[in-house]
Design a protein around this ligand. Structure first.
Ligand SMILES: Cc1cc2nc3c(=O)[nH]c(=O)nc-3n(C[C@H](O)[C@H](O)[C@H](O)COP(=O)(O)OP(=O)(O)OC[C@H]3O[C@@H](n4cnc5c(N)ncnc54)[C@H](O)[C@@H]3O)c2cc1C
Length: 339
């Protein structure tokens, strides 16, 4: 059971900046994200693309924006709980009880939902019963590549993740790369490397093929793949990896009794509170008249929600507005030594 002043759902740019605003006013935040990395859409969808409309930053990339936001919250030692989806919330006296898929429980008077367009989920294999092998033979991401050492691995997909992992795992596993088209969508250089490795016999490439069935009881023993022309091939394998991209799902948020409007959460723009006391929504997930789905709007929303969280986290204290330039308290929290 983890007690905190605020639980932030979503480690996208808006959730990260909210953690900074909370830290400045002396509140502790814990951040949960379904993804295995921090940065939300900026990291998952456009890490290398330039962004030109972050105030006072003429240009940055999705990755450099995330790195800077992380640098800015360093003094607050924020805890991140990655690969965890917030599943359920319930009210317990003056607190919210929050449960994650990783079986973590948080107790907090405030929840800030900065969940963007919902949780990113991998697109899955469309064959019968893939769930029973999930994480036991079927994987959609790699947490520890050594798990695949000396194993027979079939990798499906034609993008960068499929190519990069096929190249990497071929160093110590028996890899077959399967794609439904002859051409790969990933970087040309990676596609050329994979083909060169195939020529040297260091990995196998099967195109244009798709998965047809999976064999095995407790664990995978093999698969069959099928081409558009109807050719069928059997491959003995220990595991299969699917890299078909991500889909975005509002997910469990839809079941928490919050008012919803076209998959977004209406808020009161005074404090970004939803229809439930102590639950706030900021960034792409919230809606109000005139809402702009821009990072800069999310930053403003986080600043106001953070101040509103103070009231519930410190009911016996009065919130005082201060500037970082002159506040000794804020500078102390930032670790700046006063002269
Ligand atoms: C290609 C592209 C280019 C863009 N360019 C710009 C630009 O130039 N300028 C600009 O201002 N904006 C731009 N945007 C929009 C910008 O990326 C979004 O406005 C911003 O990412 C919203 O931030 P957020 O933190 O609200 O949500 P997100 O970045 O979507 O992050 C939300 C996070 O919440 C997590 N999450 C959701 N549900 C749960 C749950 N139940 N449990 C745990 N975690 C959960 C998700 O996994 C995700 O990591 C662009 C978007 C795209 C796709």
């Amino acid at each position: 059971m983890i007690k905190t002043d605020v639980l932030i759902i979503g480690a996208g740019p808006v959730g990260l900046f909210a953690a900074q605003q909370l830290g400045l006013i002396g509140l502790k935040a814990e951040v949960v994200d379904n993804l295995d990395k921090i940065g939300g859409q900026c990291i998952e969808l456009y890490p290398d693309k330039p962004i030109y409309d972050i105030p006072a930053l003429p240009v940055c990339t999705g990755k450099s924006l995330t790195d800077n936001l992380l640098e800015q919250i360093k003094p607050f030692k924020t805890n991140f709980h990655l690969n965890e989806r917030v599943e359920a919330i319930s009210k317990e006296e003056n607190n919210w009880k929050i449960k994650t898929t990783g079986k973590k429980t948080f107790i907090s008077p405030n929840i800030i939902i900065a969940a963007g367009v919902g949780s990113f989920e991998p697109r899955k294999f469309s064959v019968k019963e893939p769930e029973k092998f999930e994480n036991k033979g079927i994987f959609y991401s790699i947490k520890d590549k050594t798990y695949f050492k000396n194993k027979r691995v079939c990798i499906f997909g034609g993008g960068d993740s499929a190519l990069d992992w096929a190249i990497e795992l071929s160093k110590f596993a028996k890899v077959t790369l399967v794609h439904r088209r002859d051409e790969f969508r990933g970087a040309e250089h990676s596609a050329l490397t994979a083909r060169a490795l195939a020529k040297e016999g260091k990995l196998k490439i099967k195109t244009p093929f798709q998965i047809h069935s999976i064999e095995g009881d407790d664990k995978i023993t093999g698969i069959t793949i099928k081409s558009e022309k109807g050719e069928v091939e059997k491959i003995a394998t220990d595991c299969i990896l699917g890299f078909f991209g991500l889909i975005m799902k509002l997910g469990p948020i839809a079941e928490w009794g919050l008012n919803l409007e076209k998959k977004t959460i209406p808020v009161n723009t005074e404090n970004f509170q939803t229809n439930k006391e102590g639950i706030f929504a900021i960034g792409d997930i919230c809606t109000y008249p005139g809402k702009l789905k821009l990072i800069l709007s999310g930053f403003h929303e986080g600043a106001l929600a953070a101040r509103a969280c103070f009231k519930l986290a410190r009911p016996n204290e009065k919130y005082r507005f201060e500037f970082t330039t002159t506040s000794k308290g804020m500078q102390g929290r930032l670790g700046i030594k006063s002269k």
